[in-house]
Design a protein around this ligand. Structure first.
Ligand code: GLN
Length: 451
């Protein structure tokens, strides 16, 4: 049924870069056979899923939305891919994304943009716009995203779906193509809080193949999602997540959510987190710096595209020609920014300062969580903007992640879930819930109470 739905709508939505029709049907039949034979089934047996094209899959291409990896079929599965298969999930295919997960609109994909199913002329968010669009268009009931600065939560917000950035280290990064390793985090996307929890439980947990993976059990997310409540909880509202640039309808729906939390028995506490004002600036030094180092592996020698290798050119020239042809503008912009910020003479002023800001943000969160159990905010300042509107203005594009970035810098957990439609444009608004590290279950407890 989901393959038929994809056939009917994906030409217009363009959520998928690759549809694995044969593989999905074979997996579905294998689940049926197991069931008939009375064998034990995995926890998500037969449930279809859309996988962001940033996770390696040994039987499908993995492009990361880039021409530099066009046609590359990895020789191994990411830990997350392996866990999905072990849970008997049916992987439908790989979803569209901004190239190397750099963007907030999916317009930076080398394979063309994805439309927002609410209004196909608008962006579905990014970088994981394909995954969220697949959910909103009912092409898949579950999806996977990755969140470096907001790429799970912001697409969830603008498509009226649920997305969770788990605690850093809560879901393995092994086989997840690296953008900014200290920020990147894979996580679940779904249409309901409970569905996200069921997926979170399957993909989470320790992985010895990822050196930053946390060696403790997955927080009790499913139990929390089944027992939604905010009775007696302290909920923080941060001063810095408001003001200029926030759309009126977004603010209205957010204020209504705060009133709802109060009526359900929560106490609301106002918080001041002054360092959050510097989060965007720190992120746009740290993320490009790590990107410039991570993307050095795309050298035309090891895998993917190779341009100009005619037997007369040096390896260096072939690398340069390949990168020129294989990387898009935003990726080049970040490599240049990051290389500059890390170069000797500038390192302390840029990268060093950004790291200090990162520590201050972590301290602001620590102080905040002494006073409250969770923090709430709008997920993103505006609803889905028209495709093309911010494409030539990187600074305007970067603002989409104003509320999501502090969590990546501090490494704690956060969720976006729908909280109504903005009256002025009828488009979905996202409510962000933020919890301390390894307290991801609180997101689900609060999310299920207000859903
Ligand atoms: N939009 C942010 C960026 O462009 C975040 C992307 C992400 O979370 N992968 O870097």
């Amino acid at each position: 049924a989901h393959l038929a739905r994809i056939d009917a709508v994906d030409e217009k939505v363009h959520a998928f870069l690759h549809i694995d029709r044969e593989g999905a049907l074979a997996q579905a039949r294998a689940v049926d056979a197991k069931r008939e034979a009375g064998e034990k089934l995995g926890p998500l047996a037969g449930v279809p899923l859309a996988l962001k094209d940033i996770f390696t899959t040994k039987d499908m291409p993995t492009t990361v939305g880039s021409k530099i990896l066009e046609g590359w079929v990895p020789p191994y599965d990411a830990t997350l891919t392996r866990k999905l298969k072990a849970a008997d999930v049916v992987i439908l295919g790989k979803t569209n994304m901004d190239e190397f997960a750099m963007g907030s609109s999916t317009e930076n994909s080398a394979y063309g943009p994805t439309g927002n199913p609410w209004d196909l002329t608008r962006i579905p968010g990014g970088s994981g716009g394909g995954s969220s669009a697949a959910l909103a268009s009912f092409e898949a009931p579950l999806a996977i995203g990755t969140d470096t600065g907001g790429s799970i939560r912001q697409p969830a917000a603008v498509t009226g779906t649920v997305g969770v950035k788990p605690t850093y280290g809560g879901v393995s990064r092994y086989g997840m193509v690296a953008f900014s390793s200290s920020l990147d985090q894979g996580g679940p996307c779904a249409r309901t809080v409970l569905d996200a929890a069921l997926l979170h439980e399957v993909i989470g947990g320790h992985d010895p193949l990822d050196s930053t993976s946390i060696d403790s059990p997955v927080p009790p997310v499913v139990e929390a999602a089944r027992n939604g409540s905010v009775q007696g909880m302290r909920v923080g509202v941060v001063k810095q997540f408001s003001g200029e640039g926030y759309q009126a309808g977004v603010v209205q729906r957010f204020n209504e959510s705060v009133e709802l939390l109060k009526s359900l028995g929560a106490t609301v506490v106002e918080l001041d987190c002054p360092s959050f004002d510097l989060a965007l600036s720190a992120y746009y030094l740290i993320a490009p710096s790590e990107c410039s180092s991570n993307l050095a592996r795309f050298d035309a020698m090891r895998y993917g595209l190779r341009v100009g290798d005619d037997g007369t050119r040096s390896a260096e020239d072939v690398t340069a020609l390949t990168r020129e042809a294989g990387f898009g503008d935003e990726v080049k912009r970040r490599i240049i920014l990051g290389t500059y910020a890390l170069s000797s003479g500038y390192y302390d002023a840029y990268y060093g300062s950004a790291q200090k800001v990162r520590t201050l943000i972590t301290q602001d969160f620590e102080k905040a969580f002494e006073q409250v159990d969770v923090i709430v905010s709008p997920t993103t300042p505006t609803t889905a903007f028209p495709i093309g509107e911010r494409a030539d203005d990187p600074m305007a594009m970067y603002l989409a992640d104003l509320c999501t970035i502090p969590t990546n810098l501090a490494g704690n957990s956060a969720m976006s879930l729908p909280c109504g439609l903005a009256p002025e444009d009828g488009l979905p608004v996202g409510l962000q819930i933020i919890a301390p590290a390894m307290k991801d279950d609180r997101l689900y407890k609060v999310g299920a109470a207000v859903e």
